[in-house]
Design a protein around this ligand. Structure first.
Ligand SMILES: *Cc1c(COP(=O)(O)O)cnc(C)c1O
Length: 361
């Protein structure tokens, strides 16, 4: 066995030991008085060591690169990332003793940039967000291993099990009144989470539907509606982690039952309301998820249906104190969350949800 192969074994072993030291994330249940027979669950992906659902993805991407013979001893690694993935990938690079460069849009929250650098990663900031893929490819052409979250997320994750997020959620629901949820809601950044959940639901023959909540400035919704992977959006998403200028290759429309498009002000209003309910701050994409969850709960309640609804807490709001939680920043973006906050609060206290969403099925 050559040196390189021995190093690969050491690296895979290091990843296995990290997984063994890590606990699974909580599935939080919230009881809302106006919803008899409808149960709300939140998979707390903010509680990973690197603070987001990208911890699972980064572990899988390194493992996938190693097992495919694409990552050798001493080789630098690179990926395009809006932040959360970069933090997780930098963390795993440090664990494996590798260099890592994150190619990020220049507008990424400064706290995320600092977090990558604090983990020993480098940040290559690109003015035009649509150029991050090309820039990452340039690094790869110069010898780096491209971890390629947008291209490989859907296949790097072991969708049949191995403690993927879907297996974990369904396992944690096992003894609940409605063990098979009516809906699972998630956003799409790479599309990897929705691909993993959608595939697992089919594989295990669950009747559960999957709803992907998209944002205002993103290509996914239209791409899904028209079944056209070529759809584009030229304005960047305001909600970090989700919404992309193109339909990313890891997005698998065939396993998605419904998509909704949530206005940015609604996402950030829902983020604030959920933060008050939980007593801790959640991130913007969690707000998008929660808004779509409320919309589905309203449909169920109006139809007299009972059941459980599940969504994800994708990351913590502490990363966004200077942006989503900053009144001045919101004003500078022309966003007023107050009307949506009011409607969500009214809804949670028993009224109908007076919000219409764009829907594609
Ligand atoms: C990546 C990300 C998502 C979306 O998950 P994907 O599996 O990439 O589609 C949602 N929220 C946050 C904060 C993220 O970083």
């Amino acid at each position: 066995m050559n040196d390189d192969r021995a190093w690969v074994h050491t690296a895979i072993d290091a990843l296995a030991r990290e997984a063994a030291r890590s606990a699974d994330t909580h599935l939080l249940k919230i009881n809302l008085p106006g919803f008899a027979g409808i149960d709300f669950y939140f998979k707390d992906e903010a509680s990973h060591p690197t603070g987001s659902l990208k911890h699972r993805l980064a572990r899988s991407l390194y493992l996938y690169a190693l097992c495919n013979g694409r990552l050798r001893k001493g080789q630098p690694t690179v990926d395009a990332s809006s932040g959360s993935t970069a933090i997780a990938e930098a963390w795993f690079a440090r664990l494996l003793g590798l260099r890592f460069t994150a190619v990020m849009p220049a507008a990424t929250a400064p706290a995320k940039i600092r977090a990558v650098e604090a983990l020993g990663g480098a940040c290559d900031l690109v003015e035009d967000p649509s150029q991050v893929h090309a820039r990452a490819a340039w690094h790869a052409a110069n010898g780096a291993c491209h971890l390629d979250q947008f291209g490989l997320a859907e296949r790097a994750t072991d969708w049949r099990g191995n403690n993927n997020i879907a297996e974990s959620i369904l396992g944690q629901l096992e003894h609940e009144p409605h063990a098979q949820p009516a809906w699972i809601v998630c956003g799409a950044g790479t599309g990897g989470t929705s691909a993993t959940i959608g595939r697992y639901l089919r594989y295990k023959c669950h009747p559960t539907n999957l709803c992907v909540a998209d944002v205002e400035h993103s290509a996914f919704f239209e791409g899904f509606q028209k079944r056209d992977p070529g759809c584009c959006c030229d304005r960047p998403s305001l909600i970090e982690g989700i919404g992309r200028p193109r339909v990313e290759p890891s997005f698998m429309p065939g396993v998605v039952d419904m998509m909704v498009r949530v206005p940015d002000a609604a996402s950030l209003a829902a983020m604030s309301v959920l933060s008050r309910l939980l007593g801790r701050r959640v991130g913007g994409s969690t707000g998008t998820n929660f808004f779509a969850l409320c919309w589905l709960a309203d449909r169920m309640r109006q139809a007299g249906q009972q059941g459980s609804l599940v969504t994800l807490i994708c990351d913590s709001g502490e990363r966004y104190v200077g942006t989503y939680y900053n009144a001045q920043w919101l004003r500078s973006k022309g966003i007023d969350t107050a009307p949506f906050e009011h409607r969500i609060e009214q809804f949670l206290s028993g009224e109908d949800f007076a919000c219409d969403l764009a829907v594609a099925e």
